[in-house]
Design a protein around this ligand. Structure first.
Ligand SMILES: CC(=O)N[C@H]1[C@@H](OP(=O)(O)OP(=O)(O)OC[C@H]2O[C@@H](n3ccc(=O)[nH]c3=O)[C@H](O)[C@@H]2O)O[C@H](CO)[C@@H](O)[C@@H]1O[C@H](C)C(=O)N[C@@H](C)C(=O)N[C@H](CCC(=O)O)C(=O)O
Ligand SMILES: Nc1ncnc2c1ncn2[C@@H]1O[C@H](COP(=O)(O)OP(=O)(O)OP(=O)(O)O)[C@@H](O)[C@H]1O
Length: 510
């Protein structure tokens, strides 16, 4: 991979990003690209970006071989440099060029939503794999899959990677023979211009509820919505949940760049929304499957030939919504309905509605619900489906971020749980006992009984030990997470599923 600096300057000019440049060598060509001074910089271009950037990082980068830097201000007049008016956009556009614009060789399906991005992306990935085996890349919050071999699959750090990492991984995917990419696009991705310049083949909008609002994320809900709707503006074909909050704003964003023929709306309730293309309806739910029907209403929906009954291997009415979006996206890629059916039936999403049957300690669900809206969706579903069961929840809330989630948990546990054990979940630099007390303080104890047990595995053990056959035990908010983020360190944690299974082995010999 390489980049001619003269070409880079032209690209920046085309995007109105160039402020000035200083080149000691006009014909400079770089073969390395980085924004992290701790990496090898030989013959490289280095980007000075980020809230916590320090001039010494640039010095370190130059000492280890950087030939040129890009920044919003001139740190050093003598070195080769390019000064831009937006470093995040410059990083995106030059990373794409450095890696040979791999986005042009991939059919990209992107999803956003406060909840359901990961689940929907896994569903689409698993369906598309049926038609394009070993050719579908996945960039999700959990894993990134850039090729067909085990070494091409690794854990993600962000939902949507920094642009440089995004284009590097797209390059790897293309070089590994991938033809399709399914990815999650977070609101932060637009806020930080990580996906600047990308035009998606299909973009999906699942839902929006207040979340990710705070010091390091979005200052207001309006800003959150503004960032999220950008995916619609930057997608050729749009799939929108008609029941989402702020539908009009989202739809208007889609209309800015797409005709009606390229906008697909779906919902449960055709009585309420008479403009939808697809209607979904639940048919049957067991502890492990849900069966639902998808009906094509409009002519363009009928042309996709995806209307039939589907069986989903994970439960939750919200997962039927995610599955519907996945089916429409798959139909648009011409996957036959049989492959869609089979792909969905087998789809598995780590840490999302994983259920564990026990001999005599009820049914256990491990789920990543970690704010008011997702926990409400989850507990309401369980209440409706299992009206005679006690709903017992083990949950904690992280330190240093998402502070509003704590009050959200107090509210939703009061509304829908019978008992709860409050415990530790990524406390960061806060004391997990204080976080639990904060949640507990706002719970109405006449409606739900609570306990605080800080050791998460102990909390799970206590809940399983004290549960009986008809109970539903929910291990919430941590999903498949194998760490407890504690005081700046990722302390290994076996995952809720592994902890629960080990406990069951001890007490039930399973
Ligand atoms: C607020 C935010 O978006 N921060 C992201 C951003 O950080 P930043 O650019 O400000 O960089 P920084 O951490 O201040 O560091 C400054 C720069 O100095 C460099 N550095 C640092 C040390 C050194 O020795 N040498 C050096 O060169 C760093 O590489 C970096 O480029 O760029 C970094 C990668 O370059 C990200 O890791 C970081 O995400 C933080 C950790 C994060 O957690 N962000 C969350 C809020 C996020 O984006 N979440 C969404 C999901 C939420 C949703 O669903 O909406 C996501 O997409 O994951
Ligand atoms: N469509 C939906 N509507 C409401 N809640 C949902 C929906 N889909 C999933 N959930 C709930 O949200 C949790 C997280 O789901 P998922 O990981 O798919 O969402 P996400 O958008 O990737 O979330 P995050 O941005 O927090 O990583 C699930 O474990 C489930 O409890």
């Amino acid at each position: 991979m390489s980049l001619k600096i003269s070409a880079a300057i032209e690209i920046l000019k085309q995007h109105d990003l160039l402020v000035s440049n200083h080149l000691n060598e006009p014909d400079l060509v770089v073969t390395n690209i980085s924004y992290n001074s701790r990496e090898d910089q030989s013959n490289g271009i280095f980007f000075c970006k980020g809230n916590n950037f320090k001039a010494e990082y640039l010095q370190q980068a130059v000492n280890s071989g950087a030939e040129i830097y890009v920044a919003e201000k001139e740190f050093d007049r003598d070195s080769n440099n390019i000064i831009v008016n937006n470093i995040q956009k410059a990083l995106a556009i030059l990373s794409a060029a450095f890696f040979g614009n791999p986005e042009n060789d991939l059919f990209i399906i992107a999803f956003t939503g406060t909840k359901g991005k990961t689940t929907t992306s896994y569903f689409i990935h698993d369906i598309l794999q049926k038609m394009y085996p070993k050719k579908v890349a996945l960039f999700s919050t959990i894993d990134r899959i850039v090729g067909p071999n085990p070494e091409d699959e690794f854990k993600s750090d962000l939902t949507t990677p920094e642009s440089l990492d995004l284009f590097r991984d797209m390059r790897r995917a293309v070089d590994n023979g991938m033809t399709h990419l399914v990815m999650e696009v977070s609101s932060q991705a637009y806020k930080k211009d990580r996906v600047y310049g990308l035009n998606f083949d299909i973009g999906g909008f699942l839902n929006i509820t207040p979340d990710h609002i705070g010091a390091n994320e979005h200052p207001t809900y309006a800003d959150y919505l503004f960032c999220k709707k950008q995916l619609m503006i930057n997608s050729k074909v749009n799939i929108i949940n008609r029941g989402t909050n702020d539908f009009d704003t989202v739809y208007e964003a889609a209309k800015q760049t797409s005709d009606d023929k390229d906008i697909y709306l779906f919902a449960r309730d055709i009585e309420k929304f008479d403009d939808i293309d697809f209607e979904l309806s639940s048919k049957e739910t067991t502890l492990s499957d849900s069966i639902f029907n998808l009906k094509a209403v409009s002519d363009k929906a009928k042309n996709l030939h995806v209307d039939q009954d589907y069986k989903l291997g994970i439960v939750g009415d919200f997962n039927e919504i995610n599955a519907t979006a996945a089916i429409i996206a798959s139909g648009l890629v011409n996957v036959p309905d049989k492959d869609i059916y089979d792909g969905l039936k087998m789809a598995h999403v780590p840490g999302r509605m994983e259920h564990i049957n026990t001999k005599s300690h009820g049914t256990i669900f491990v789920d990543y619900a970690h704010n008011y809206a997702s926990m409400k969706a989850l507990l309401s579903f369980l209440r409706n489906e299992y009206p005679k069961s006690q709903i017992k929840v083990v949950v904690g809330s992280p330190g240093d971020k998402g502070i509003s989630r704590r009050a959200g948990f107090s509210k939703v546990l009061t509304e829908l749980a019978d008992s709860a054990i409050l415990t530790t979940d990524d406390p960061g630099f806060e004391d997990p006992a204080d976080i639990c007390k904060e949640i507990d303080g706002k719970i109405d104890h006449s409606k739900v009984s609570t306990k605080i047990i800080l050791d998460r595995a102990e909390a799970i053990k206590e809940m399983i030990d004290t549960s009986s056959d008809d109970d539903i035990v929910v291990l919430a908010a941590k999903g498949d997470d194998a760490y407890q983020k504690t005081r700046g360190k990722d302390v290994p944690y076996p995952t809720d599923t592994v902890v629960a299974k080990n406990i069951l082995k001890d007490i039930e010999g399973e």
